[in-house]
Ligand binder design. Structure first.
Ligand code: FCB
Length: 460
């Protein structure tokens, strides 16, 4: 995949080829445990690395934390009812590892497991398919104290976590993903210091990449063994990595960012090799037989996509690039993220060619700093424009042959947006954090209509 690219297909697109989505195309919404659950000190939950990180002064906008978040732990029934009203066919959520294994390993926490039991049952009775992600960044703090992802043992602890989830939910849940965006949490956590554990150390960073890959392969084996009829995947953020300037040095920097951002996980997991440009950096952690352990067959590739990413040359950077903002003239969302649906279409086509797997878009959406009117309503036309342009780009990719089988909006609810805290809202449903009232935004109604129109066509 060369994600350092220019659009490979140019408009105008033949409209007759649009709306080719499969009749069984999956329309869903996504969330993650730390971002919505709250109940951080309840039901026997252990601490995660994010609980502690949020308490470090200056880390999170306004000093926000996920302690309460959307209180989904208590309000999940209402949230499932909302999804049912929207007509979504699938809900992708993550399991909080410290909620079910407070110390990360050892004794399970029954109250935590029962929460996910109830959630799964309530989804199934609403006719919504649960899509479970085993890890969306909230590592148990106890495991961080044992070295976190820099410790090879963490791969085995993750496989045990996978075994617990599979054995308790695998009778009803069939769709499992291992990790959400491993390149983001390793790069931001072990190289840039923006996310926990906030270290910047080359050896730990490359060890973390490798151990997460190993954990992925081990968990895939466990899930295959324990879940009859499992449909397994991995979720990767894939975005074109572009040079911010036109010098050869900036272009080389963009190629390195492409390696770390798009390929350091997807290539070993789905092709059995590390990209050449980083292979020597992985050798200290990679033992004989590891690539076979990592390269286990999966059934689908989950792609999260929002915007292109940019690199610039920086001779002081040990990674071979520095992170850069998009060029000043880029079209942007209200929170400054570049809007470029062409890039999305090309990523889907490239990923389909490179990995040869069915694709589900497991996250896509638009962030905003929004105000509601007195009734709590939000007329989020910009989000509707974004979603509609990106879904059209997806349709174009399908029309040009990409095997894309589903799309999940990020996110069902406004939620805790990591370093931005509650200031950036990605939900199609507004959350009033003072009262926890949920109000579907205009985009929720638009999405519901889009789903209904596809269903009507598919069943006509
Ligand atoms: C993705 C994360 C998700 C959310 C969106 C906006 O990178 O997977 O948790 O924060 O960005």
């Amino acid at each position: 995949m060369t994600l350092v690219n220019d659009p490979k297909i140019s408009p105008p697109y033949p409209t007759a080829t649009l709306d080719r989505m499969r009749p069984d195309f999956v329309w869903g919404v996504s969330t993650s445990s730390y971002q919505i659950e709250g109940a951080a000190q309840e039901g026997g939950r252990g601490q995660s690395i994010w609980d502690l990180f949020c308490r470090q002064p200056g880390r999170i906008a306004n000093g926000d934390t996920g302690d309460v978040a959307c209180d989904h732990y208590h309000r999940y029934r209402g949230d499932v009812a909302l999804m049912r009203e929207l007509g979504v066919g699938a809900y992708r959520f993550s399991i909080s590892w410290p909620r079910i294994l407070p110390a990360g390993k050892g004794k399970p926490n029954e109250a935590g497991i029962e929460f996910y039991d109830r959630l799964v049952d309530s989804l199934l009775s609403a006719g919504i398919e649960p899509w479970v992600c085993l890890y969306h960044w909230d590592l148990p703090q106890a495991l961080q104290e044992a070295g976190g992802w820099a410790n090879r043992d963490c791969a085995g602890w993750f496989a045990d976590h996978a075994r617990l989830v599979a054995s308790r939910l695998g009778d009803r849940v069939k769709r499992f993903a291992t990790f959400n965006e491993p390149s983001v949490f390793t790069l931001f956590g072990y190289a840039f210091g923006w996310h926990p554990p906030a270290v910047d150390d080359a050896a730990s960073h490359h060890a973390a990449i490798h151990h997460v890959n190993l954990a992925h392969g081990m968990a895939i084996d466990v899930l295959r063994d324990y879940v009859i009829g499992a449909s397994l995947g991995a979720i990767h953020n894939m975005q074109p990595a572009r040079p911010v300037g036109s010098t050869p040095e900036d272009r080389a920097a963009a190629r390195m960012l492409d390696c770390y951002w798009n390929r350091a996980f997807a290539d070993p997991q789905m092709l059995g090799v590390y990209p050449d440009a980083i292979a020597s950096r992985m050798s200290a952690a990679c033992r004989d037989g590891d690539l076979e352990r990592i390269h286990r067959p999966v059934d689908w590739l989950g792609i999260n996509h929002y915007s292109p990413v940019y690199a610039r040359a920086d001779s002081a950077s040990r990674l071979g690039f520095a992170w850069s903002d998009a060029p000043a003239d880029a079209k942007r969302s209200p929170i400054g993220w570049q809007i470029d649906p062409d890039a999305f279409r090309n990523v889907l086509l490239d990923a389909c060619d490179r990995y040869g797997l069915p694709i589900y878009v497991t996250e896509n959406g638009a962030g905003a700093v929004e105000l509601a009117d007195a009734s709590g309503a939000v007329d989020d036309r910009e989000r509707i424009d974004y979603l509609s342009a990106y879904i059209q780009a997806l349709e174009e990719a399908v029309a040009f042959g990409a095997d894309v089988r589903g799309y999940f909006v990020w996110s069902l609810l406004d939620n805790f947006e990591w370093g931005a805290g509650y200031s950036n809202r990605f939900g199609i449903v507004r959350v009033d954090y003072a009262t926890q009232a949920r109000t579907p935004k205009a985009s929720a109604r638009w999405y519901a209509a889009r789903i209904a129109a596809h269903r009507a066509k598919a069943t006509a």
